[in-house]
Design a protein around this ligand. Structure first.
Ligand SMILES: [Zn+2]
Length: 396
């Protein structure tokens, strides 16, 4: 893909919080210069006519797997056994014939995420004894197409387990030395059957190399909350404050309110964050409790159309909709908060902290035919224009 040159202005857009039409002027460094009442001068060649569409900050997909979708390939029937370990075995048996990981298929997934408004991405990339670090090279090559239009971070993800596959720890350390932003993990109890061992090993790599930790934790109930404790203990003892994310973490929504309050208080103190893909069959992370405690969380699409599940469209706003609807959120302030969590509020998860649509911030902007943020969330209309760092990366 040839990255389209930056535009100099987005003319005649509407903002969620200020009445009237506005122009967004964009500097040649990709930052917003100013936002002003719309002028009626004709739209120039390096400008885009905003047609009165609503402008929202670019969407942030804080949990994706862009390395292992079969998006764009013929339909693949769901097969193999269920459960995390069954899916792992099935994926390893079939990924080679599907060309996973591959640059072209990763490009198609990225295009689909961007088309839906994603301008910030944190993606897990499989690292295991079969493919080594090849997936990371593939994802980096595909991401390079977007230059500075897309902000991104990579998690080296031991999908096949850590301690149960000797040699994986060394691969993760190699990935850290090669510059990935985060070291992943997977159900230290459920998969490795050694929660202390896995967490000691991966969190030591993060401490040694200055990376973050972003761990998949599906284990539910008491087993899950016990592993929250272990993660928090090590975050504190290794000085990893502000660098640890727990993905899924179903257990925190399943445990009782008092236990959750204690965990959230401790997470806030250590700035441990979470990501959710808003699973339909499980309780959602309680928005008000997280906000009251000051614990950050963000949304992700997870993998789309892969050997784990035929579902997923790559629409992060669709995940936010799924979250809000299944959490029973209906009030304006809550719907607006969910839209914020899908955008600028999640920017720390991709290493590009922004306050959203304001002078001096990155020009990451989505234009959508909606009345306001609430309307955009409940209807999730198509994204008309997507601007990443000033580059028009998608136009309907
Ligand atoms: Zn995942």
């Amino acid at each position: 893909m040839l990255l389209p040159p930056r535009i100099t202005a987005l003319r005649g857009i509407r903002l969620d919080d200020t009445p009237g039409l506005h122009d967004v002027l964009i500097h040649d460094d990709g930052l917003i210069g100013s936002i002003e009442p719309a002028s009626d001068a004709p739209v120039g060649a390096t400008e885009i006519d905003g047609r009165g569409l609503l402008a929202l900050p670019g969407l942030v997909n804080a949990h994706a797997h862009v390395d292992k979708s079969w998006w764009g390939l013929p339909w693949q029937s769901y097969g193999g056994e269920g459960g995390t370990d069954g899916r792992i075995r099935h994926e390893r048996a079939r990924r080679d014939e599907l060309g996973i990981p591959g640059v072209e298929v990763t490009r198609r997934v990225l295009a689909e995420l961007v088309r839906h408004g994603t301008t910030g991405l944190r993606t897990h990339v499989d690292v295991d004894l079969g493919i080594g670090l090849r997936g990371i090279d593939v994802v980096r090559e595909a991401l390079a197409d977007y230059g500075d239009a897309l902000t991104s971070e990579i998690v080296a993800f031991p999908q096949d387990g850590v301690l149960r596959r000797p040699g994986t720890i060394e691969l993760l350390a190699e990935a850290a030395a090669a510059g990935v932003e985060h070291i992943g993990g997977l159900d230290p109890a459920g998969i490795d059957r050694d929660p202390v061992g896995q967490l000691d090993a991966i969190m030591a790599i993060a401490a040694d190399h200055g990376t973050g930790i972003d761990i998949h934790l599906h284990d539910g109930g008491e087993l899950g909350t016990f592993q929250f404790d272990l993660i928090l203990d090590r975050t504190e003892s290794l000085g990893l404050q502000g660098r640890v994310t727990i993905a899924h973490g179903f257990a925190i929504a399943q445990t009782d309110a008092a236990r959750r309050r204690d965990l959230l208080q401790r997470m806030a103190g250590l700035d441990v964050s979470m990501t959710t893909v808003a699973p339909l069959r499980l309780p959602q992370l309680p928005l008000h409790e997280f906000d009251a405690a000051g614990v950050r969380f963000a949304f992700g699409t997870d993998g789309i159309r892969d050997l784990w599940s035929p579902y997923g469209t790559g629409d992060l706003l669709g995940i936010a909709w799924q979250y809000a609807r299944s959490a029973g959120l209906v009030r304006d302030e809550d719907l607006r908060r969910v839209v914020a969590l899908a955008g600028a509020a999640a920017s720390p998860f991709v290493g590009a902290e922004t306050a959203g649509l304001a002078a001096g911030e990155r020009a990451d902007i989505v234009l959508i035919d909606a009345e306001n943020a609430m309307d955009a969330l409940v209807r999730t209309p198509p994204r008309e224009v997507v601007i990443g760092g000033g580059h028009p990366v998608h136009r309907a």
